[in-house]
Design a protein around this ligand. Structure first.
Ligand code: NAD
Length: 281
């Protein structure tokens, strides 16, 4: 895509986790900007509802039942998108699940389940769609959903944080690799957004969504944004080719504190202590 070209009108966008929350808002935002939509979700009920809503609003949309943790399903999603629309230009690897509770009490199957969707789901999306975008030679943009917890670890959200750090890491690498090829990459890192994620979460000790937020005091300080606010930020970032997509002003202080702490760790380095001892000393 050349600078100044409309990245949305008549282009095809794939959104995973499109049945709810941020994914549904992204689908509406992109459809509103003239994209054709390929909607993916593991929930057939949620998928049918968003497909119906978008079609009734006049959008060209198709839903494809997909479990993003299964590479064969993601391949099927790409094949279905190409059959229907010929090409894909925007890919939002958005599907994700939450798990809460003390890290040391996290069951292995819970940890694997979170990594399967949040990390492997994004990885499968990248491996399946990025080569197609490159082959098409029409530019495009990949948006990976991480979280502020992918930039700052948060107690009681340990495995979730780990999965989101992994998404930030592969997104930073992908951005470097695809930039010379004219394909944009963004990583979405919101604080708390008003969605169903806590209801879909795997809780320890039967905690409620409210308690999840209470356990992470700095997250609690965040204003709760709407999915629509987040989706609008994503569209702006695609237009402006911004890599990091932050959504809450409160993120500024948290990220500055982290950068300061890391920088101060460099001050603490003692070069003389690291020098090899002189022979015989
Ligand atoms: N809500 C927040 O506060 C918040 C904050 C930061 C980041 N995020 C991230 O935003 C993304 C969207 O979350 P949300 O808040 O809209 O959640 P949500 O639970 O409202 O929506 C997620 C959707 O993904 C679908 N999904 C779950 N597992 C799937 C799978 N294996 N394959 C395909 N679809 C699957 C669900 O059925 C659901 O429709 C996630 O990656 C989440 O981690 C959310």
């Amino acid at each position: 895509m050349t600078a100044g070209t409309d990245p949305f009108t008549g282009r095809t966008a794939v959104v995973t986790g499109a049945g709810s929350g941020i994914g549904a808002a992204l689908a509406r935002e992109l459809a509103g900007r003239g994209c054709r939509l390929v909607l993916a979700d593991i929930s057939s009920v949620a998928l049918e509802a968003i497909e119906k809503e978008l079609r009734e609003s006049g959008a060209d949309a198709v839903g494809i039942l997909t479990d993003v943790s299964d590479p064969a399903d993601v391949e099927n999603l790409a094949a279905g998108a190409e059959r229907r629309f010929g090409a894909v230009h925007i890919v939002c690897n958005n599907a994700g699940i939450l798990a809460t509770g003390p890290l040391i009490e996290t069951p292995i199957e819970t940890a694997r389940g979170v990594m399967d969707v949040n990390f492997w789901g994004v990885f499968h999306g990248i491996r399946t769609f990025a080569p197609r975008l490159i082959r098409q030679g029409q530019g495009g943009h990949i948006v990976n959903s991480a979280s502020l917890t992918g930039l700052q670890g948060v107690g009681e959200l340990g495995i979730y944080s780990a999965s989101k750090f992994a998404v930030v890491g592969i997104s930073e690498a992908l951005h470097q690799e695809l930039k010379p090829l004219g394909i944009g990459v963004s990583v979405l890192c919101p604080m708390v957004v008003e969605t169903q994620i806590a209801d879909h979460a795997s809780h320890r000790r039967g905690e409620s969504a409210g308690e999840v937020v209470d356990q992470a005091p700095r997250l609690r300080q965040s204003a709760i944004k709407t999915p629509e606010h987040v989706a609008a930020q994503v569209a702006r970032a695609i237009l402006a080719r911004k890599f990091y997509i932050l959504t809450h002003e409160e993120e500024r202080g948290i990220l500055r504190d982290r950068a300061d702490r890391l920088e101060r760790a460099c001050d603490w380095l003692d070069e003389t202590a690291l020098k090899p001892r002189a022979e015989g000393a």
